[in-house]
Design a protein around this ligand. Structure first.
Ligand code: GDP
Ligand code: MG
Length: 739
C-alpha cells in the first residue's frame, strides 16, 4: 500500500500547472503529482473547506469552454476549425475566479474542477470501459456532477447523454452496495446549452426528470435496492445558457450568473429545494484536502483493476496512511525540541556528571501539547476509529520518550539533591563549630530538608502533565524524602560521635584534675601540710578508692546528662542515646583506668610514697619538722614511718571499695550492651575485664592496679630510698653533736 501511495513528485512550476493537472492520462495512469498541485494551489491545507466538481457530457459539447468561462480555468478547447477531441483522460484545475467574481455573490473557496473526457467516444470508438471508469471515479470523489446537454438533445431518450447517465446511475448503485450507511448524495447539475428560449427551462426540466426516471427504472438494481428511487441518491439542478457564438454577450453574462450559484447552501425546510448555493454539506465526500490525492489514487487503483470499489475501506486505508504520515511530520517538531535534551542527559549519564535541565517540564509538556494538537488538527478529519488509534500510538511514542527523559531528570535531581543536602548540613555544622559550637543540629537538618524537599517537589510537580497518570511523580518524591531521612540519620550519627568525643574529652580532663588530686594527697602522710582549715577529719588513705570511685561516678553522671541533653536537642532517638551513654560509660572507665595507670607509673608512685614516708618520718605529730638529736629513737620512728607507708602499697594495688572490700560493680555501672548497638558502635571500644567475657579478663584483673611483680619491685625501690633517708637522718644527728 505504501509503495502504491508513494508520491513521485516532480518539482511543480507555475507554468507547469497553467492548464491544471492531468489526474488520469490517456493510458489510465494516475498522476501522483496531484498532491503537489494541491499544495501549490494552497488547497492542501484547507481541510474540508474545498469542493470537487466534475463535468460530463458528449464530445465537443462545449464542456471545457463552459468550465473555462465559469471558473477561469484553461482547459484545452477544440479549435473551431479542427473538430477533434482535445481533452484526454481527466484534468483537474482550481477555480481561478475565486475572489475575482464581480457579482455580489462570492464563489465558494477552493473549488476544484475535473474536466472528464467526452464520453460518447468518437475517438475512442466503442470504449465504454473508460467512460464507466471515469464516471465511477467522478462519483466517488465529486460533490457535483455537471451534465452538459444541447437543448435539442433534451427529450431524445436515446441520446448519447442518456447512455452516459445510465452508466452513472449503475455505478452509483455499485458504490452504495459497499457504503450503505453513508449519507452521501450527489447533485446532478444539468446545464442546457444553446438554449434558444422558445421552450421555458421549466419544461425542459420536466422532460429531463421524466427521462431520468425512465432510465432509473430501466437499470437492473442489486438485491435490497430494488425499490430504491432516484431521489434517494441524487438531487437535481438545472440551468440554461444561450448560444455562445450567436449571443456571445448574453452567454457571458448568463455564465456569470451561473457562477454565483457555486456557493454553500442548505436544504430548505420543504426538503426538496435548497437555499443559498448548490454546495450542500451532505454532498461533501469528507476527504480532507491533504489526503485527497492519496484517496483518489487508491480509488482509481481499484477502479482500474476492476476491483469492487469499497469506499469505506478506502477511507480507512487513507486514514491509516495519512495519520502515519502526519504522525511522522509532527514528531519531527517534537524531536527538534526533545532530542537535544535527551542528548544532554545521555552525555551527563555517560560522564557521570548529572544535570538537572531547567524548566524541562514546561518544555516537555509544551512540545507534547504542540505535537498532539498539530496531529489532532490534521488527522482528526480522517476516519474516527483510525484517528483515535493513531493518536494513541503517537501519544505513547511521545510519552515513552518524555517518561524516560523525565525519569533521568528526576534521578539527577534526586542524586544531586541528596548530595547537596548532605553538604549543606555538613557545612552548616562546620561553620557552627567554627563560630564556637553553638548550633542546633536538628534545626540545621530541618531547614535544609525543607529546602531540598521543596526544590525536588517543584521539579517533580513541574513535570506533571494533567490527565497523564505516569507523570505523577509522588512515589519518586517519597523516595527522595526517605533518602534525605537516611542521610540525616547518618549525619546525626556522626554528630553523636562528635558529641561523644567532646563529652569524653571533658570526662578525661575532669578525671585528670580530680584523680590527680586524690593521688597527690598520698604525698602527705598526715593529709597534706597540716590539717584542713575547716577542721574536718583529713581524708584517710584507706578511703582513696571510695573517693576515686565516687568522684568518677559523679563526673560520669554529669557527663551523661550533658550528653543526653545535647543529643535530645538534635532529636536523637532513645535507642541512639542509650547506645551513646553505654559507650560513654565504657570509655569513661577506660579513661579512669588510664588516669590511674598514669598515677601509679613507677616514677610517680615512688615519689608519692617517698613524700608520704618523709612526711611521717621528718615531721612530728604536730607537723613540726624534726631536728634529729643523737638521743632520738631515729630507728623506731623510721621503722614506724616506713611500715606505715609500705602499708599503702597493697591498698594502691587493687581498686577496692571500703564498704564491700570488693571491686566496684563495673558490670552494673556500665550496664548491658543496648540491643540497638551496631557493630560500628563497638569499633573503637577497648575490652574491659569482667564486662567483655570473651576477652578472658576478669573484673578482679581489671581492678588490679599493680601486679605482684610491680608491687615487689616498688617495695624494694621504696625501701632503698627510705634507707637512704634514714642514713641521712642518722648522719645529721651525729653531725649535730660534733658541730
Ligand atoms: P468539449 O469537448 O465538450 O470540451 O468542447 P469544447 O469546449 O472543446 O468545444 C467544442 C467546440 O464547441 C468548440 O469549437 C467551441 O467553440 C464550440 N462551443 C463552445 N461553446 C459553445 C456553445 O455554447 N455553443 C456552441 N454552439 N458551440 C460552442
Ligand atoms: Mg473538453
Amino acid at each position: 500500500m505504501n509503495g502504491h501511495f508513494a508520491a513521485v513528485g516532480k518539482q511543480p512550476t507555475a507554468t507547469q500547472y497553467e492548464h491544471g493537472i492531468q489526474v488520469i492520462d490517456e493510458d489510465k495512469a494516475f498522476n501522483t503529482s496531484l498532491n503537489d498541485y494541491l499544495i501549490e494551489t494552497q488547497v492542501a491545507q484547507a481541510g474540508f473547506n474545498y469542493h470537487l466538481i466534475s463535468v460530463f457530457g458528449s464530445q465537443s459539447t462545449g464542456k471545457s469552454t463552459l468550465l473555462n468561462h465559469l471558473f477561469g480555468t484553461q482547459f484545452s478547447v477544440m479549435s473551431e476549425t479542427e473538430r477533434r477531441q482535445t481533452t484526454k483522460g481527466i484534468w483537474l484545475s482550481k477555480n481561478k475566479k475565486e475572489g475575482t467574481n464581480s457579482s455580489s455573490v462570492k464563489m465558494a473557496e477552493n473549488i476544484l474542477v475535473m474536466d472528464v473526457e467526452g464520453t460518447d467516444g468518437r475517438e475512442r470508438g466503442e470504449d465504454q470501459d473508460f467512460e464507466r471508469k471515469s464516471a465511477l471515479f467522478a462519483l466517488a470523489t465529486s460533490e457535483v456532477l455537471i451534465v452538459n446537454v444541447w437543448e435539442h438533445q433534451v427529450g431524445l431518450y436515446q441520446g448519447a447523454n442518456m447512455g452516459l447517465l445510465k452508466t452513472v446511475f449503475e455505478v452509483n448503485l455499485q458504490l452504495f452496495l459497499k457504503d450503505r450507511q453513508s449519507q452521501t448524495r450527489s447533485l446532478l447539475f444539468f446545464v442546457i446549452r444553446d438554449h434558444v428560449g422558445n421552450t421555458p427551462l421549466e419544461n425542459l426540466r420536466n422532460t429531463l426528470i421524466q427521462d431520468l426516471t425512465k432510465i432509473w427504472s430501466s437499470i437492473s438494481k442489486p438485491q435490497g435496492l430494488d425499490n430504491s428511487k432516484i431521489e434517494d441518491y441524487f438531487d437535481f439542478a438545472f440551468a440554461a445558457l444561450p448560444h455562445k457564438i450567436l449571443q456571445p454577450e448574453k452567454f457571458v453574462s448568463e455564465v456569470e450568473k451561473l457562477g454565483s450559484r457555486f456557493t454553500a447552501g442548505h436544504r430548505s425546510t420543504q426538503g426538496q429545494e435548497y437555499e443559498g448555493g448548490i454546495f450542500l454539506p451532505e454532498y461533501h465526500r469528507r476527504i480532507p484536502a491533504d489526503g485527497l490525492s492519496v484517496y483518489a489514487e487508491g480509488v482509481w487503483d481499484q477502479i482500474v483493476n476492476n476491483k469492487d470499489l469499497d469506499l469505506p475501506t478506502q477511507q480507512e486505508l487513507l486514514a491509516q496512511f495519512r495519520c502515519d504520515e502526519i504522525s511522522r511530520e509532527v514528531l519531527v517538531g517534537f524531536d527538534t525540541v526533545i532530542a537535544p535534551l535527551e542528548e544532554q542527559h545521555a552525555d551527563a549519564t555517560r560522564s557521570g556528571k548529572l544535570i538537572v535541565l531547567p524548566d524541562l517540564g514546561g518544555t516537555g509538556s509544551s512540545a507534547r501539547e504542540k505535537c498532539v494538537k498539530a496531529f489532532e488538527t490534521q488527522a482528526s478529519r480522517y476516519h474516527k476509529g483510525v484517528y483515535t488509534m493513531k493518536r494513541g500510538e503517537l501519544e505513547s511514542k511521545i510519552d515513552t520518550r518524555l517518561k524516560a527523559l523525565y525519569q533521568a531528570q528526576l534521578v539527577a535531581a534526586h542524586k544531586t539533591g541528596v548530595a547537596a543536602f548532605s553538604d549543606a548540613v555538613t557545612n552548616a555544622v562546620k561553620s557552627g563549630q567554627k563560630a564556637g559550637g553553638s548550633y542546633e543540629f536538628a534545626e540545621i537538618v530541618d531547614k535544609q530538608k525543607t529546602k531540598y524537599l521543596e526544590s525536588f517537589k517543584k521539579e517533580a510537580q513541574g513535570l506533571f502533565i494533567p490527565d497523564v497518570p505516569w507523570s505523577n511523580f509522588k512515589p519518586q518524591y517519597r523516595l527522595f524524602e526517605k533518602e534525605l531521612d537516611e542521610v540525616s540519620a547518618k549525619l546525626r550519627k556522626e554528630e553523636m560521635r562528635r558529641l561523644a568525643i567532646r563529652v569524653e574529652r571533658w570526662v578525661k580532663s575532669r578525671l585528670g584534675d580530680t584523680i590527680g588530686l586524690e593521688f597527690n594527697k598520698l604525698g602527705s602522710g598526715r593529709g597534706g601540710t597540716g590539717a584542713p582549715e575547716n577542721g574536718e577529719k583529713p581524708p584517710s588513705e584507706k578511703d582513696l578508692w571510695d573517693r576515686v570511685w565516687n568522684s568518677f561516678i559523679s563526673i560520669v553522671k554529669d557527663a551523661e546528662s550533658r550528653f543526653t541533653d545535647r543529643a535530645k536537642s538534635f532529636e536523637a532517638s532513645a535507642e541512639e542515646v542509650e547506645v551513646g551513654l553505654w559507650r560513654l560509660r565504657r570509655k569513661s572507665w577506660v579513661a579512669l583506668r588510664e588516669q590511674i595507670d598514669d598515677e601509679v607509673m613507677e616514677s610517680n608512685i615512688l615519689m608519692k610514697l617517698r613524700e608520704n614516708f618523709e612526711d611521717k618520718f621528718r615531721y612530728d605529730e604536730e607537723g613540726v619538722p624534726r631536728i634529729w638529736r643523737p638521743t632520738d629513737d631515729i630507728e623506731g620512728i623510721y621503722t614506724k614511718a616506713r611500715e606505715s607507708t609500705l602499708s599503702l602499697v597493697p591498698l594502691l594495688s587493687r581498686f577496692r571499695l571500703s564498704a564491700t572490700l570488693a571491686p566496684p560493680d563495673l558490670p552494673a555501672f556500665i550496664g548491658h550492651q543496648p540491643p540497638s548497638a551496631e557493630p560500628e558502635d563497638e569499633e573503637d571500644l577497648l575490652p574491659i575485664g569482667g564486662i567483655d567475657e570473651e576477652e578472658g579478663k576478669s573484673l578482679e584483673e581489671e581492678t588490679t592496679i599493680l601486679s605482684e611483680s610491680k608491687r615487689q619491685d616498688l617495695v624494694v625501690r621504696f625501701k632503698k630510698m627510705a634507707d637512704g633517708v634514714y642514713v641521712e637522718a642518722k648522719r645529721s644527728a651525729i653531725g649535730g653533736i660534733t658541730q
